[in-house]
Design a protein around this ligand. Sequence first.
Ligand SMILES: [Fe+2]
Ligand SMILES: [Fe+2]
Length: 277
Amino acid sequence: MPSAQDTLCSLALGVLQTGEARAKALAAREAARAWRTGVVTEIGTADLPDRPARPERPELTRPGRVKKRKITAAPEGRAALLHALAHIELNAIDLAWDILGRFARHDPPLPRAFFNDWVKVADDEARHFLLLDDRLRTLGASYGDLPAHDGLWQASMDTAHDLLARLAIVPLVLEARGLDVTPGMIVKLRAAGDDESADALQIIHDDEITHVAAGKRWFDWLCAERSQTPETVWRDLVRTHFKGLVKPPFNEKSRALAGMQPDFYAGLADPEPTTIS
Ligand SMILES: [Fe+2]
Ligand SMILES: [Fe+2]
């Protein structure tokens, strides 16, 4: 339980060191509440691990080794989708606490609003994981049943040295990509008669708009601090740190709500449209 002796960074370390998945999500929610309600007020510092603690299962594999299943009325395909999404949310919990703790020593010091924004993101990601894990349990499955890939954590560690690079890749490429693909999943889940899972994904999608918005806001803030142009800096960082192209079709409406206009990302787009499967 967080206490007045804690700092935001000691809470971040505690979440990252919690291995069991639901326990990690619950610790994240407690930590966020402690910050929001003023139980913890100091930001502090901490040395964070390169890899957070994780449950023994799922087995982690290379990206591309995880089987895709069709979303149908049969529960297996839906459970596989929800499992993959739960895994992303578990990574997202660690990533939010990692950004809070890792960049607490940032020069120039980051405004308190930066930490408030990422505590909110961390709390949302924990809620998302719990929502999806609850849906998995209703379908007779649970997190850990299926292999999952480790690409997300690996990608984020490539940017552990530089907040601008972290923001360029995690919210502005990966979470923005989530905005593009989630509506298609929601349509398929409704067609399969699974309104509960579709509703969960809609909640997640709407929250994720605010995460991309926070990413864009702080990316622009850092660029302004350095008198640099966000579009140019983002393109350079994506080319350096992201293996692959930013892929259409884009959810222009949700991206615009997050403050990402087409002229910001069109120049990096893969000219070959890919379908959402
Ligand atoms: Fe999320
Ligand atoms: Fe997110």
